[in-house]
Design a protein around this ligand. Structure first.
Ligand code: PEP
Length: 249
C-alpha cells in the first residue's frame, strides 16, 4: 500500500482547550516519517478552529469544519457559518452532508448548494453519503446512495477537491461496522456511480462509522478505501494514533 490515507477526525459537538492540548501528541506523531502517508485532518467545532490552526501550524495536519451554511454571500442568518467565513478563519476542509445534519434538515438540494459554495471558496469537501438502517432493510441502499450522489453533485463538474465518505448511518456511533466483503462491494459500486456522473475512475472514498483501533486491521484489507472519517475514537489522542499506526504499518 503506497497511497496516502486520510484520517479525518470529526469531533462533533465535543472539545475544549484541554482536549486540544492532548492533540499535541498527534502533532508530534504526525512528524514521524514512517507515517508520512497519513493525511490527518481535524474537524473540531467552529469555536476551536482558530486554536487548532495555531497549534498545527508547523505540521502537515490540516483543519476543517463540520458543516457550512449553503449561502456563499453573507447575510442575516443567526448562528450560521458559511464557507467564506471558514476560509477567513483558515479552514481547509469542510464536512458536508453528514447524516446527523441530514437528520436535522439538510436535503440533497441544500447539500448541493453547500458543496458548490465550499468549492468556490477553495475548500476541500468531505461529502458524506450513506443509508439508514430502515433503507438498508428495504434494500434501498443503492437507490439512496445514487440519489445522494447525483443530487449532491448536480451541475458540479469533476472536481478532485471532493472526497467522498461512505458512512452507513446504522454504523455511526453504534460500534457496528459492515461485513468487510459487503463494504468492499459497496465502495466499488459507489466508485461506479461517481464514474458514471464524472467520468472519474479513481475518486477518493473514505469509510466512516465506528472505526476504532480494534476493527481497523479488518477495514484496511479493503484497498480501495482511501482513509477513514472517525468520530468517537478520534477524540482520544492515543486511540487516534493507534488507528493510524495500525493502518499504515
Ligand atoms: C462520524 O461522526 O462521522 C462517525 C463516523 O462517528 P463514529 O466514528 O463515532 O461512528
Amino acid at each position: 500500500m503506497t497511497n496516502n490515507m486520510f484520517f479525518i477526525a470529526n469531533w462533533k459537538m465535543f472539545g475544549d482547550l484541554r482536549a486540544i492540548n492532548s492533540t499535541k501528541k498527534v502533532i508530534k506523531f504526525s512528524k514521524n516519517k514512517k507515517f508520512a502517508r497519513a493525511q490527518i485532518v481535524y474537524c473540531p467545532p467552529y469555536t476551536l478552529i482558530e486554536q487548532f490552526n495555531k497549534i498545527t501550524k508547523n505540521s502537515k495536519i490540516k483543519v476543517g469544519a463540520q458543516d457550512c451554511h449553503f449561502l456563499e454571500s453573507h447575510g442575516p442568518f443567526t448562528g450560521s457559518v458559511n464557507a467564506n467565513l471558514l476560509k477567513i478563519i483558515g479552514a481547509k476542509y469542510v464536512i458536508v452532508g453528514h447524516s446527523e445534519n441530514r437528520a436535522r434538515g439538510d436535503t440533497n438540494y441544500l447539500i448541493n448548494l453547500k458543496i458548490k459554495s465550499a468549492l468556490n471558496k477553495n475548500l476541500k469537501v468531505i461529502f458524506c453519503i450513506g443509508e439508514t438502517l430502515k433503507e438498508k432493510k428495504k434494500n434501498k441502499t443503492n437507490l439512496i446512495i445514487n440519489t445522494q450522489i447525483s443530487r449532491g453533485l448536480k451541475n458540479i463538474k469533476k472536481n478532485k477537491n471532493v472526497i467522498f465518505a461512505y458512512e452507513p448511518v446504522w454504523s455511526i456511533g453504534t460500534g457496528i461496522i459492515p461485513k468487510i466483503s459487503d463494504l468492499e462491494k459497496q465502495v466499488s459500486l459507489i466508485k461506479k456511480m461517481i464514474n458514471k456522473i464524472w467520468k472519474y475512475k479513481n475518486p477518493q472514498i473514505l469509510y466512516g462509522g465506528s472505526v476504532n483501533s480494534k476493527n481497523v486491521r479488518q477495514l484496511k484489507k479493503i484497498r480501495s478505501i482511501n482513509g477513514y472519517l472517525i468520530g468517537g475514537a478520534s477524540q482520544n489522542a492515543n486511540n487516534f494514533i493507534d488507528i493510524i499506526k495500525k493502518t499504515i504499518i
